[in-house]
Design a protein around this ligand. Structure first.
Ligand SMILES: [Zn+2]
Length: 171
């Protein structure tokens, strides 16, 4: 498919199919990047497959932009609002010791935010999840946490749909 076709108003066939700047060498343009929890015309929430930190979600911007300041003012407001909503839900449902919010993108320069629930028992606490491991993984706690996540996904989807779908559309 040509880039012109990808930019047409036809329904998207992939995560970034509507974006004329979508890149074939970008994993977040080509693939969901995890279990898709929710999507809107502007952004999607996925739950990442992270063995040591299963309570990890990513808010991925649909358009291929590298930096937060590439967004319009309205997009920035919507992005921040979605982040705060997901953070609130995760705090309420999971009661983590800390909620880490990070946008790095050094390896994948397509705007995405990491939302990671953290506990004192996790393998990297109190360091960032990308730092050196501090202790052995707690398999029992990880398994118990992982079992709760599909239900959390459902609650996140409902909250995001309620907040955004009636208000923000591109078409
Ligand atoms: Zn991309």
């Amino acid at each position: 498919m040509s880039r012109d076709a990808a930019a047409s108003p036809a329904l998207p066939s992939g995560p970034a199919a509507q974006d004329p700047q979508a890149r074939r060498d970008c994993p977040l343009c080509e693939q969901p990047g995890g279990i898709e929890v929710w999507r809107s015309p502007w952004m999607r929430l996925i739950r990442a497959d992270e063995a040591l930190h299963p309570a990890t979600w990513r808010l991925v911007w649909r358009r291929h932009v590298a930096e937060f300041s590439d967004l319009s003012r309205l997009e920035r407001v919507a992005c921040c609002d979605a982040l705060a909503l997901v953070e609130e839900q995760l705090r309420e449902q999971l009661r983590p010791r800390k909620l880490n919010l990070a946008a790095l993108g050094n390896l994948v320069p397509h705007l995405h935010w990491h939302l990671i629930a953290r506990w004192e028992w996790d393998a990297h606490w109190p360091q960032a999840v990308w730092a050196a491991r501090q202790r052995q993984p707690d398999a029992q706690r990880l398994q118990a946490l992982a079992q709760r996540l599909p239900d959390i996904d459902q609650r996140l989807r409902q909250a995001l749909q309620q907040r955004f779908d009636p208000q923000i559309t591109l078409e």
